[in-house]
Design a protein around this ligand. Structure first.
Ligand code: GDP
Ligand code: CA
Length: 340
């Protein structure tokens, strides 16, 4: 039996998780999949706790996500949201569908009953056949804030802080980010089970999620990056950057803001090599970035190039299989898949 732990954000994480689950169901049905999900995007809105990344992963694995929009529930309506807007409550630019609101109400109800987010998440997840255990990275509130220049003031150096979702959804990441910070991060602790899931895993995978505000937030919670450095499991990541651009989403803006080039190579270097106190042993790049393979191999990474655009669950499952083979080869089990 193998224990596989995936670190994931929302949409990129969910797409990969679907393929990984499909592969495991076919090739290793006894495998235990744990997904540690980013909670930096979580927020209180209209009195409800909204957890965008946990919900993206849960909806995708439950098969009830909206494939066209890429987020939220399929067959969604927005009657409640229209009422909230009529009352002037909530963010009119942040759509909360009716079915989606059902999730947020249920979660908030469980939280108000005194359950930590990890238990509330387990309760919500138990409704579906997810084939994976979902763990929020932390039970603490660690909202990602984005520092942007203050608009309309006299002082050109004055800044303000926006919640990440306001910066992302309302301003489409268009206001220049000076910095990202996770409020409350320093005093947060990993949710129960997170460190064990990393330390006791046979393989740790890092999804092709936003390296700064999804994976970066997970790794920033005290103890998690250390667990990734310490685990005896090989750690293999997949590049969210293909041919110098982010697919859907604006990870490039986040990378630029922290001074990292938008390339598969630079993101691997940013995560760093575990042998040099970094976080990764292996890295998958897209075939468009095959030029980076030699350079990263010379640095010590195990690297292969694969088409990393997740166009179907079957193709994603094949990529997941290769990511696992790359990891298993590190453990002396099986051989390294061909580089291309
Ligand atoms: P978010 O929380 O919804 O923003 O999603 P994540 O943090 O999980 O992932 C966002 C990242 O996923 C973006 O940087 C995209 O480049 C990446 N992404 C989305 N779709 C794909 C895909 O099909 N393949 C790869 N390799 N990356 C993807
Ligand atoms: Ca997110």
């Amino acid at each position: 039996m193998s224990r596989i732990t995936l670190l994931a954000g929302g949409v990129g994480g969910a797409k990969f998780a679907l393929g990984l689950r499909a592969h495991l169901r076919a090739a290793d049905p006894a495998a235990e999949l744990t997904i540690v999900v980013n909670t930096g995007d979580d927020l209180w809105l209209t009195g409800l706790r909204v957890c965008p990344d946990l919900d993206s992963v849960m909806y995708a694995l439950a098969g009830v996500n909206d494939l066209e929009r890429g987020w939220g529930r399929a067959d969604e309506s927005e009657r409640v949201s229209a009422e909230l807007t009529a009352y002037g409550v909530g963010w009119p630019w942040f759509t909360l569908g009716d079915l989606d609101l059902g999730t947020h109400i249920a979660r908030t109800s469980l939280l108000r009953d005194g359950l930590p987010l990890s238990e509330a998440t387990a309760r919500l997840a138990s409704r579906w056949d997810l084939g994976a255990r979902l763990l929020p990275a932390t039970d603490h509130e660690v909202p990602t804030l984005v520092e942007v220049p203050l608009e309309g003031g006299d002082d050109p150096h004055a800044t303000e802080f926006l919640h990440f979702e306001e910066w992302w959804v309302r301003y489409r990441a268009g206001r220049p980010a000076r910095a990202f910070l996770q409020q409350g991060m320093a005093s947060s602790v990993p949710a129960p089970g997170v460190l064990e899931a990393i330390e006791e895993a046979d393989v740790v995978l890092v999804a092709p999620s936003n390296p700064v505000v999804s994976i970066g937030t997970i790794l920033g919670i005290p103890g998690i990056a250390d667990a990734v450095r310490r685990t005896t499991a090989p750690v293999v990541g997949l590049s969210p950057i293909i041919g110098g651009a982010a697919l859907r989403g604006m990870a490039d803006v986040c990378l630029t803001a922290i001074g990292v080039e938008t390339s598969a190579l630079a993101v691997a270097e940013y995560y760093g090599l575990r042998a040099a106190d970094g976080l990764l042993d292996g890295w998958l790049v897209d075939t468009a970035d095959v030029d980076a393979v030699d350079c990263l191999s010379a640095l010590g990474f195990d690297v292969i190039a694969r088409p990393l655009r997740f166009t179907s669950v079957e193709e994603t499952a094949a990529i997941a299989a290769d990511a696992l083979s790359l990891a298993q080869a590190r453990r002396g089990l099986g051989t390294v898949p061909p580089v291309e």
